[in-house]
Design a binder for this molecule. Structure first.
Ligand SMILES: Cc1cc2nc3c(=O)[nH]c(=O)nc-3n(C[C@H](O)[C@H](O)[C@H](O)COP(=O)(O)OP(=O)(O)OC[C@H]3O[C@@H](n4cnc5c(N)ncnc54)[C@H](O)[C@@H]3O)c2cc1C
Length: 477
């Protein structure tokens, strides 16, 4: 019988498998996806958010613990566990040498990335290279890996893990780490969580999934049904407004569009519905998926003019262009009169100061609802461009409630051999909101802890593991 069974094949699972193997445990990793699609959402990532007190290789200046914590506190509006959050933050300052040992390389961000040279370390070759490096290292170290292996249920004895099932096949192990992602690819579950809106629509039917199709939440649902303690709201998720032409799954980062703050955003009735200039785009891009989800038909249109070109990262797919706004409206399937009314009102309300997209400038509207508080320039210079946008779900936040040990808990009682990491428990830190790069920080910190804990549960431990029992008391669930 294998010592540690790891269920999942993304960053958190791989970190757990590597740590357990380093501790001397025998490890079997079960990945639902075929080999070509291994790596879950982690393969789509680009960076992790890192605390540092002084410049470090690819990271400039400093990003101290307190600033990182305040950023997290702000985006989650306090819906976070401070102890667990600080654990993630501190771990992010020390995990990179370990990552390098397993073949991960870092690079500075390219220009046009979301202004994160100070806070985020980018993976050379992106998340795909990271997961490939971890798989190579795991195989070299003797971790057994099985693809096309979706686990559909677990056998427990009280709180103790006994075995996992893939259909009729039963796989027993001494301990287990579940790191099988969120439920963002379970369209039925999204439908149930989001329900029907006032127009009788099922908004989730129009969501696109930015990442893997394999994160169906089967084990999350199963564990909750078995009595595991859960945390988070099933409608909370990281959602970006993405190109409506993106594929249903795995569109990745290239379907994001960064033009919103440079023009107006209208719904299918041709009406504006939110302040496009509220704050810098890196701080606001992740709210627009939800805003579009609340519009009729779950679609929005970013409308810009020639002045905006060159001021945002060019999208991979060209938008729709036209010499006039009525022509653009027709091409986008919008009512030309309604769009013209919206743009005429907006143009008349613009109070242009000195435009500067790198600061919260003084170009704003006056007397318009909703206002545009920065970067408000009239749309008056052809050609005009439009992009249809849909909600793109990155990952869901409902997860299992844990303390720093990462043990799955049943009615408050921790299992002594079943642990959880990554998106399946990220909701402990992210009750809502998001700050770029923290998903990988969470997966790396808790994946490594869960792997050490699972190995320790089988009598294997490494000389200097991360010791959750010595961590901040505030992290207790
Ligand atoms: C387009 C995109 C870009 C992103 N960019 C970033 C970024 O730059 N920085 C950042 O920090 N975060 C980013 N994220 C978020 C990040 O991907 C996640 O926070 C992180 O990957 C979660 O890691 P994980 O291991 O928990 O889940 P995943 O990497 O999704 O892995 C889950 C794994 O479980 C497997 N699985 C699912 N169900 C089962 C089952 N029943 N049995 C067996 N295996 C199963 C899946 O196949 C998959 O391998 C991005 C996400 C997307 C979609």
């Amino acid at each position: 019988m294998v010592d540690v069974l790891v269920i999942g094949g993304g960053n958190a699972a791989l970190c757990a498998a590597l740590m357990a193997r380093e501790a001397g445990a025998s490890v079997l990793l079960l990945e639902a996806a075929p080999k070509a699609w291994r790596g879950g959402n982690s393969m789509h990532t680009r960076n992790l958010r890192c605390m540092h007190d002084a410049p470090q290789d690819v990271l400039v200046e400093a990003y101290p613990e307190e600033e990182y914590w305040q950023d997290l506190l702000k985006v989650t509006a306090g819906k976070t566990n401070e102890g667990l959050a600080r654990l993630v933050i501190r771990e992010s300052s020390t995990c990179r040498p370990w990552m390098r040992r397993h073949g991960v390389h870092f690079q500075p961000p390219l220009s046009g990335a979301l202004h994160v040279a100070r806070t985020n370390a980018f993976f050379l070759g992106g998340g795909k290279a990271l997961v490939n490096a971890y798989y190579r290292s795991a195989e070299r170290m003797g971790v057994q890996v099985r693809y096309d292996s979706p686990v559909d249920r677990l056998e427990l004895a009280g709180e103790r893990f006994v075995a996992a099932f893939i259909g009729a096949e039963r796989i027993a192990a001494r301990s287990c780490v579940v790191a099988a992602g969120g439920f963002e690819s379970n369209r039925e579950w999204l439908r149930e969580a989001w329900g029907q809106n006032a127009l009788g629509e099922w908004p989730a039917d129009n969501f696109l999934i930015r990442g893997t199709r394999y994160n169906t939440g089967v084990l999350l649902k199963h564990l909750i049904a078995l009595g595991a303690d859960a945390i988070g709201d099933p409608t909370q998720a990281h959602m970006v407004a993405i190109d409506a032409r993106a594929p249903l799954y795995d569109g990745g980062i290239c379907t994001r569009l960064d033009s919103v703050s440079l023009g107006v955003m209208v719904n299918r009735e041709g009406q504006r519905f939110y302040d496009e200039g509220e704050d810098f785009w890196p701080k606001r891009y992740a709210i627009w998926g939800r805003l579009v989800a609340q519009q009729p038909g779950q679609i929005g249109y970013s409308i810009i003019d020639a002045k905006a070109i060159g001021r945002f990262m060019p999208p991979v797919f060209d938008g729709i262009s036209a010499a006039s706004l009525p022509e653009l409206a027709s091409k986008l399937g919008l009512d030309p009169d309604r769009l013209m009314r919206t743009v005429t009102d907006y143009n008349a309300a613009c109070r242009v100061g000195s435009f500067d997209h790198t600061v919260l400038d003084d170009c704003r509207t006056e007397g318009l609802v909703p206002p545009k508080t920065h970067w408000a320039l009239p749309l008056d210079t052809p050609p005009y461009h439009g992009y249809a946008l849909r909600p793109g779900v990155t990952f869901t936040y409902l997860g299992l409630h844990v303390d720093a040990s990462t043990a799955v808990r049943f009615g408050g009682k921790p299992s002594d051999n079943l642990f959880v990491a990554g998106e399946m428990m990220a909701g402990n830190v992210l009750g809502q909101g998001y700050t770029a790069g923290v998903g990988m920080s969470i997966g790396t910190a808790f994946g490594r802890i869960a792997g050490s804990q699972a190995a320790a549960a089988t009598g294997h431990s490494i000389p200097n593991p991360i010791k959750p029992d010595r961590l901040d008391r505030r992290s207790r669930a």
